[in-house]
Design a protein around this ligand. Structure first.
Ligand code: 0RQ
Length: 503
């Protein structure tokens, strides 16, 4: 087969993962590829974790600051967290070991909007990047790098890092070449210009990443799969949530507020968004488009069935089965998928211009429409805000989806006051649970509370939340957004004290 490393100079830099990891020193800021389990380096992080453990065995300190596109996999976040090798992590993670360490207060985690990462690093807010470790699918003869299944912040990492380690992963389909669109027109204020993208499928950049070959200190050959976690079959709750949202979208079309083929969709990852996508496929919509971060199984199905005409993303989150289909039909998908850097896939300017429809999961919402996407009981981080805020604030409309209860019904996902705010009442158009949908657009806070309580709250919690709202409406200091401050977070405290929010 054809050598994936077509540049002779870079072929001479091929070393083992261990030799490459030995180039990373304690205290470095290391920026790696990877977005929701796709396109992360497979070998160097594991070798680095072993190197760190060897240091620790000698009582020598070794930690790095770690930046990526978004979440990665056990071989990256998991291995480095287990080795106690991460001092600071940003911007998104979903690894159980990393999460536990963060919640034990042992690992510093900074949760920022995914569209902010590249520019904040360019602004110098995170200091220098010492090393970039980036997975690619191939190196072209001219030395340019063909990304693999995610682009994330790789352009920024390659531009800014002092030294670069490239992993060339043969497992990735060669036919991914041509699917990417790397925009090189970004600049820093005050020199920024409008981004020339007016349709979700416009191409405005290059198909490969540039990198100064003098900075590439090592090239490592790998041959391993992306994380590819399977999806569970769509359950009744997800199906109900999807049904409410799709009915709403049809209603918006009927009212003339949305075109028949909707507007570019953004969908979070997980079983509920997957159910929404499956539902869209069955409900007669055609010619849809997506301007989103992550393509998961449901979107590939919609593309295959011609329901979705094209999709723009920065990464994939596929089940093993969907990944095989993707690889087998790569020529078909290359015509219909464009992978961009995450500063473009999530860009506020573009999300607003295109009028995206955001659909994301949440931990909890309050009666006024504030949404908590990240913190259980206000203090324990789950994953991070990811790109949800980029789309919630800037999209045409923004829906947050969740079952109405969590943890065997002991927790109400609709609470008097959220215990942590990621999306304010100003950024949330629609809240959906299996109970129903609350359309918050154009409503005052007290009217929002009425529709949220009437449509979204589980019957087991309805009397309790009505009681709170009625008393707050009578006794609150201000009557615009009524609250009883000593009680507003008492549901959460009750759960911590007694194991249930029911009072
Ligand atoms: O915990 O796994 O221990 O049982 O949270 O909840 O219901 O499986 O839903 O997988 O869609 O996750 C907000 C976390 C929802 C996700 C969140 C517990 C629940 C379970 C998962 P267990 P579900 P999901 C695009 C957009 C932010 C990033 C984002 C998320 C676990 O959607 O990370 O939107 N969003 N990115 O039991 C206590 C509650 C709870 C609760 C759920 N009220 N109280 N626990 N859980 N609600 C992608 C990217 O940006 C990369």
């Amino acid at each position: 087969s054809v050598d994936r490393i077509a540049n002779a100079r870079l072929r001479d830099r091929v070393v083992s993962a261990e030799a490459a990891a030995a180039l990373i020193q304690p205290g470095e800021t290391v920026a790696m590829s990877g977005f929701t389990g796709s396109g992360y380096p497979k070998a160097v992080p594991v070798a680095l974790a072993e190197r760190i453990e060897a240091f620790h065995a000698q009582n020598q300190p070794f930690q790095i600051s770690l930046m990526t596109g978004a979440s990665t996999a056990p071989e990256l976040d998991g291995a480095l967290a287990k080795a106690d090798g991460i001092a600071m992590r940003m911007p998104f993670q979903s690894d159980p070991d990393a999460r536990n360490r963060i919640n034990e207060g042992k690992l510093d985690y900074i949760d920022i909007h995914l569209s902010h990462v590249a520019q904040h690093v360019w602004f110098g807010f995170y200091g220098d990047i010492d090393t970039a470790v980036v997975e690619v699918s191939a190196i072209r003869e001219d030395g340019s790098l063909v990304p693999s299944t995610s682009v994330g912040n790789n352009k920024t990492w390659l531009d800014l890092a002092k030294k670069v380690i490239v992993e060339v992963n043969e497992w990735q389909p060669a036919g991914v070449d041509g699917m990417h669109d790397i925009y090189y027109g970004t600049a820093l204020p005050p020199y920024r210009k409008p981004i020339p993208l007016v349709h979700a499928n416009d191409r405005i950049g290059d198909t490969a990443l540039r990198c100064d070959p003098d900075k590439i200190v090592a090239v490592v050959r790998t041959n391993g799969p992306d994380r590819n976690s399977p999806f569970s079959p769509i359950d009744a709750t997800s199906e109900l949530i999807a049904g409410h949202l799709i009915e709403f979208l049809k209603h918006e079309v009927a009212r003339g507020r949305l075109p028949a083929n909707l507007l570019p969709l953004q969908s979070g990852v997980g079983n509920i968004p997957n159910a929404v996508l499956a539902g869209l496929g069955k409900s007669g919509f055609r010619d849809l488009s997506a301007f989103t971060e992550v393509i998961q199984d449901g979107m590939l199905d919609l593309l295959r069935d011609g329901v979705l005409s094209y999709a723009s993303c920065t990464g994939f989150a596929l089940s093993p089965q969907a990944n095989e289909t993707f690889k087998e039909n790569i020529d078909f998908y290359r015509e219909r998928i464009i992978m961009r850097t995450q500063e473009i896939s999530n860009h506020p300017e573009l999300v607003r211009r295109l009028g995206c429809i955001g659909m994301n999961g949440m931990i909890e919402a309050d009666i006024y429409g504030n949404v908590n996407s990240t913190h259980v009981m206000g203090t324990r981080i789950m994953n991070g805000i990811g790109g949800s805020g980029d789309f919630a604030r800037n999209g045409f409309l923004s829906a947050f989806l969740s079952p109405s209860t969590a943890k065997n019904g002991t927790i109400s996902a609709i609470v008097p006051m959220v215990s942590h705010v990621d999306h304010t009442e100003h950024d949330v158009s629609v809240i959906v649970t299996e109970q129903g949908l609350a359309d918050l657009r154009g409503l005052t806070p007290r009217k929002r509370a009425r529709v949220v309580i009437d449509n979204c709250v589980h019957p087991e919690f309805r009397d309790q939340i009505n009681d709170y709202f009625e008393r707050a409406s009578r006794e609150s200091y201000g009557k615009h957004t009524p609250h009883l401050l000593p009680e507003a977070l008492s549901w959460h405290q009750r759960w911590l004290d007694t194991g249930t929010m029911k009072g």
